[in-house]
Structure formats: C-alpha cells, structure tokens
Design a protein around this ligand. Structure first.
Ligand code: SF4
Length: 330
C-alpha cells in the first residue's frame, strides 16, 4: 500500500529563535497556526480521499518547533491527531519536527502518551561553529542528548541537516553526516541551503560576506552522503525543499531544484560506475541493472552516459531484474 504524510504546518509558532536561514512563513506557505478544529476538519476530509485511493498516511506536524509551542495547544493538536488515528484506518501514526533543545523526558512522555511514532530533529549541522554562526541557539551535544531521549522512549528518530550554511564547508557537512551515522537515526532529510529574502543569510549574501556552495559542489556532496547513509541502512526520506512558488519568488541564492534528489542519485550512480569501470580500462561495456535504477544509471538527459563516453567508456544500460550494476563486455 502506498504511504504518505498529511503535513500540518505550524509556522514559527513557539520558536524561541530566529535562525539565520529561516523565514518559516515562506517555507510553509502558511501565515497562521491552525486551530485544533481546523486540523480535525482537515484530517476528516483527507481520510475519505486517502481511503478511496488506498493510501496510508502519517499525520505530520511540521514547520516550526512543535514541542516548543504552548503545551495546551500542543496537547490539543496531539489529541486531535490521536483521535483521527483511532477513528480512520488510513492514519497509521503521528510525527512531528522540533528543535534539539526542545526535547526532555517530560516532552517525550507526552508524545508517547498521544501515540507519536516519529520525531524529527532539526539538527542542521554537527559543527558547533556552524550552529553558532547561524544563530541556532543549540549545540551538537543537544542533538546527541535529544536523540538519545527520543530513541529510549521507543520513538522513531529522524534527523534533518542542511548543507552550505554560513561557515559550513563540504568537509563539515560530511562530518555532520558521519556524526549522524554514529547517532543511528532511522531517517534523514538533507536540505541544501536556500538563501531567502528577509533573513540574516539574505543580508550576509547581499553584503558579499557569504556565498553558499555551488550547485555542482552540492550535487557531488549530496551524492556522497546519500551513499554513506545508504551503506549504513539509514533512509534518506527527503533531499531538497519541496517545489514552492513562494520559495522561488523569495530565493536570493543557494541551491534549489525541483528534481534535486534525482540529480544527486544519478551522480551517485555515475560515481559508482566510474569506480567499477576504471579498473577494467577504457572500452565498450554493457551495464545490467534493475528496472528501478535504469534512469538513475543513465542520468538526466543521458548525462551519465555522455560523461562516461567522454572519458572513454562506451556504455549500454540493460535491464536485469535484481541487478545493481553488473558490468559485462558488449
Ligand atoms: S528553530 Fe526552526 S522554526 Fe525556529 S527559527 Fe530556526 S528554523 Fe525557524
């Protein structure tokens, strides 16, 4: 059965900070926090359509710092979601995103009581220098402690990171990836920085003090991290911001592409092909791969095949069920 999230955005509500990159109103596209009644109506309406399309969904409170909103409001929303999970079979759980310094035992107790199944922490970086430069107001140690609390409460842990923040370097992003792997979250989201109007990063960018990573650098970096997470059985459930007209309108710089993940995945396949082909020497080869990998191996607009050809590898890709990248001579 297909799975999805019903996302409910709580824009900036309760957030004690203003991070350098954040303009939550643009990112969520929402202007005001929804009431419990509005959430209940939305969930009831969505349940019918999910049922008709045979789709299961988790109810996801995203956007701000869910566990930092006033406790009464948070429990009202959780009660509403928990009722919907009991009432409508289409809903399989509740997830939320929050800041690493807004988790303690009392909070995990509340989340558990209302049946929250997953918590995603906006860690953004495991470099304290990057966290400080971007006014996050928490440290990498807060990420480790909150992660432990979530996991020991029996709640699934997700971690979110950004690449190309102020004072970030590709090596620091890779270090964040390595630190995440040590923490062992179940899921990860990777967001290349998008520099928005009306943010601190926007000011730094306009003044010439800051420039994010280039598109090419970010694709290479994300391809590498995708591989590292995959090797450690950590699922990357999102890469890049969702396509949004508001973000496109307010974007000053940084990396944004509606198909960013596909581009990074293709690059990962290209890098693996090069690793496999180089020891064999230049020539003509057939690469067998499973149907689901074909477009990634070929690359967007056949870019991987073109680049390989320029390096002396004339490649044909053929489908073979269950194969990853099996090389044969033509
Ligand atoms: S913690 Fe999250 S919601 Fe708050 S300012 Fe930072 S990014 Fe925005």
């Amino acid at each position: 059965m297909k799975k999805t999230n019903i996302s409910i955005f709580i824009p900036h509500a309760g957030c004690p900070h203003l991070c350098s990159f954040c303009d939550q109103k643009s990112i969520s596209g929402a202007q005001k926090a929804p009431s419990a009644k509005e959430v209940a109506d939305l969930l009831e309406k969505q349940a019918e359509s999910l049922y008709e399309r045979n789709i299961e969904a988790e109810i996801a409170f995203f956007g701000g710092s869910f566990t930092a909103i006033p406790c009464d409001y948070m429990t009202e929303l959780l009660e509403t979601a928990s009722r919907a999970v009991k009432q409508f079979p289409a809903y399989t759980g509740i997830r939320c995103s929050t800041r690493p310094d807004c988790i303690d035992e009392e909070i995990t107790g509340i989340l558990k009581r209302f049946g929250v199944t997953a918590v995603e922490l906006g860690a953004q970086s495991m470099s304290d220098e990057v966290l400080k430069a971007n006014e996050r107001g928490h440290t990498s140690d807060d990420v480790r402690k909150a992660s432990e609390l979530i996991k020991s409460a029996g709640i699934e842990l997700g971690l979110q990171m950004m690449t190309g923040l102020y004072k970030d370097t590709p090596e620091r992003s890779l270090e964040t990836c390595r630190e995440f792997i040590k923490i062992k979250p179940r899921t990860v989201r990777i967001y290349p920085t998008v520099i928005l109007e009306n943010t601190r990063l926007g000011e730094l960018y306009k003044s010439g003090e800051y420039e994010s990573f280039s598109f090419e650098e970010t694709v290479e970096l994300c391809a590498k991290m995708l591989e590292m997470f995959e090797e450690n059985h950590i699922s990357v459930i999102r890469m890049g911001l969702h396509a949004s007209r508001e973000v496109e309108e307010k974007m000053l710089g940084g990396v944004y592409h509606p198909s960013f993940r596909e581009i990074a995945e293709s690059r990962m396949f290209y890098n693996r092909l090069i690793e496999l082909l180089e020891p064999l020497g230049k020539g003509k080869y057939t690469v067998f791969t499973d149907k689901r990998n074909i477009s990634k191996a070929v690359g967007q607009k056949r870019e991987n095949l073109r680049r390989l050809y320029e390096k002396g590898y004339d490649i044909r890709i053929k489908e073979r069920s269950g194969a990853y990248l099996d090389i044969g001579e033509i």
